[in-house]
Design a protein around this ligand. Structure first.
Ligand SMILES: [Zn+2]
Ligand SMILES: [Zn+2]
Length: 405
C-alpha cells in the first residue's frame, strides 16, 4: 500500500497549488486530477493530443478549470464522460468553458438528471461533435479506437451498443455501463474504468480482450463491490489510482478493495491522501508521482506486457466468430478514427434518405446537423431546425460525427 505522507490531515483549503510539472513533449502523461469525491483524468499524448476523462463534481469545477488552463493550451481533442453521474460530470461545464473541446463522447444512454440534460445542451451548442463508443457501422465487430499520435491509442472496451445490450438490473445501471477505455503506448497501458460494476467486469472478462494494464484507474472510487479479485487478476496492474475525496461519506476507498489491490501487488495511490497523481510513460516505463509526496515517485516496468498491449480481440457474443484484431485500422494522428472519412464505402442509410423521407435535424445554436434518428437528438430538449434536404443542412452546418448524416 502507498505509504502515508506527512500533511495528510491538512484541510483542502490549506493545500498548496499542485507542484506537478507540465507534460513533457514526447512522453505520454496522465494526470489523475484532485477533484475531491469524483473522477477526472487528463491524458496528454507525446504529440500533445489531449483527452479529459470525466470532470469531477460541481464544486470542483473552478479548481479543475484552473488546472486545465495550466496544462493545456488549446481546446481538448476529446472529452469523455464515462457515465452521467454528478461526481463525473459536475465540473465539466466549467472545464469546457475554460479550455474548450473539439469532441464529446458519452456512453449514449438516457439519464433523467437535470445536470446531465444541461450538460448535453451545453455540449451541443459549444462542442458540436458528440459521439458514443458505437463502432463504425462498416465494421460492427471492431472496437472504437481513437489515435493520439506516436502509436498511442485509446480503445473503448465498454459499452458496446448495439452488439451488446446495455447491462440492466445491476446495482446501478448508469455505473455498470460506464465507458471503459484502455490507453496504450508501446509496452505500457492504462485502464480507465469509470464507476463500472461487477457485471461490467464479468462481461469484459468473458471477451477475448487483453485487459492487462500497467496502471489501473480503480473503478467507483474504490467502492467494495467493484474491482473483483478475478478482474484484478486479469488486469494485473502494477500501479493503481483511486480518485476519492477526503473523509467522503461513502467510506471510499473500501478496505476490501485496498486489500484486493495489495493481493495483486499494485502500488496504490489515492487522491484524497496523495493529491493529484501524475503518471508519465516513455513506452516501456511508467513513473508515478503525487503532488503531496516528494518521495512518491515509483517506476513501473511495462515489460511484462511486451508483445500484447494492443492485441485486443473483437468483442463478440459468440465465441466462434472470426477473431481478427479489433483495431480495424491504424490510429489516425489527427484524432478520432470513428467512421473516418477513409471509409466512405460504409453502408450509408443517408444515401437513400431523401427517398425514404428521412429528415436532417440540428439543435438550436449547434454547429452540426444529425440524422433525424440520431440518439443524440433524443437526449436533448433543445429547440431544433429540421431540414428535408441534406444539401440545405450542409449549407449551414457540418455533419455530426455521431451519426454521419
Ligand atoms: Zn462516481
Ligand atoms: Zn457513478
Amino acid at each position: 500500500m502507498f505509504t502515508a505522507l506527512p500533511g495528510h490531515a491538512a484541510t483542502r483549503d490549506s493545500q498548496a497549488p499542485s507542484a506537478l510539472p507540465a507534460p513533457t513533449p514526447g512522453r505520454l502523461t496522465v494526470y489523475f486530477l484532485d477533484v475531491g469525491q469524483g473522477d477526472a483524468a487528463l491524458i496528454v499524448s507525446p504529440t500533445g493530443k489531449t483527452v479529459l476523462i470525466d470532470g469531477g463534481p460541481p464544486e470542483a469545477g473552478t479548481r479543475l478549470a484552473a488546472r486545465l488552463r495550466e496544462l493545456v493550451n488549446q481546446p481538448l481533442d476529446l472529452v469523455i464522460l464515462t457515465h452521467p453521474h454528478l461526481d463525473h460530470l459536475g465540473g465539466l461545464p466549467a472545464a469546457l468553458k475554460a479550455v474548450g473541446a473539439k469532441r464529446f463522447m458519452d456512453p449514449g444512454f438516457d439519464h433523467p438528471s437535470e445536470a446531465y440534460r444541461a450538460l448535453l445542451d451545453f455540449v451541443g451548442r459549444e462542442v458540436g461533435q458528440v459521439m458514443t463508443p458505437e463502432p463504425n457501422a462498416a465494421a460492427p465487430q471492431t472496437l472504437l479506437t481513437v489515435g493520439l499520435g506516436e502509436g498511442v491509442s485509446l480503445t473503448m472496451l465498454w459499452p458496446r451498443m448495439p452488439q451488446e445490450p446495455f447491462l440492466a438490473n445491476t446495482r446501478s445501471d448508469a455505473n455498470a455501463n460506464s465507458i471503459v477505455a484502455k490507453l496504450t503506448y508501446a509496452k505500457t497501458s492504462f485502464l480507465f474504468t469509470g464507476d463500472s460494476e461487477p457485471p461490467t467486469e464479468e462481461a469484459l472478462l468473458q471477451k477475448p480482450l487483453d485487459l492487462t494494464a500497467t496502471v489501473l484507474k480503480v473503478a467507483h472510487h474504490g467502492g467494495k463491490h467493484s474491482s473483483t479479485a478475478a478482474f484484478l487478476d486479469r488486469v494485473a496492474p502494477q500501479a493503481a489510482v483511486i480518485s476519492c475525496g477526503v473523509g467522503n461519506d461513502y467510506g471510499h476507498p473500501s478496505p476490501e478493495v485496498m486489500g484486493r489491490l495489495r493481493d495483486v501487488h499494485a502500488r496504490t495511490f489515492r487522491t484524497d491522501q496523495d493529491g493529484e497523481v501524475m503518471a508519465v510513460s516513455d513506452g516501456s516505463t511508467v513513473t508515478l508521482r503525487s503532488s503531496k509526496g516528494a518521495e512518491s515517485t515509483v517506476s513501473v516496468s511495462g515489460a511484462q506486457h511486451a508483445g500484447s498491449p494492443v492485441a485486443l480481440g473483437p468483442i463478440e457474443s459468440t465465441p466462434d466468430r472470426r477473431s481478427g484484431r479489433a483495431v480495424e485500422k491504424p490510429p489516425e494522428p489527427g484524432g478520432a478514427s470513428k467512421k473516418s472519412k477513409t471509409a466512405p464505402s460504409a453502408p450509408a442509410p443517408t444515401s437513400t434518405s431523401e427517398e425514404t423521407g428521412q429528415n436532417f435535424v440540428s439543435l438550436k445554436g449547434s454547429k452540426v446537423f444529425h440524422r433525424e434518428s440520431c440518439s443524440t437528438l433524443k437526449r436533448s430538449k433543445n429547440e431544433r431546425t429540421v431540414y428535408t434536404r441534406r444539401a440545405d443542412a450542409q449549407r449551414e452546418r457540418r455533419p455530426a460525427e455521431d451519426c454521419h448524416p
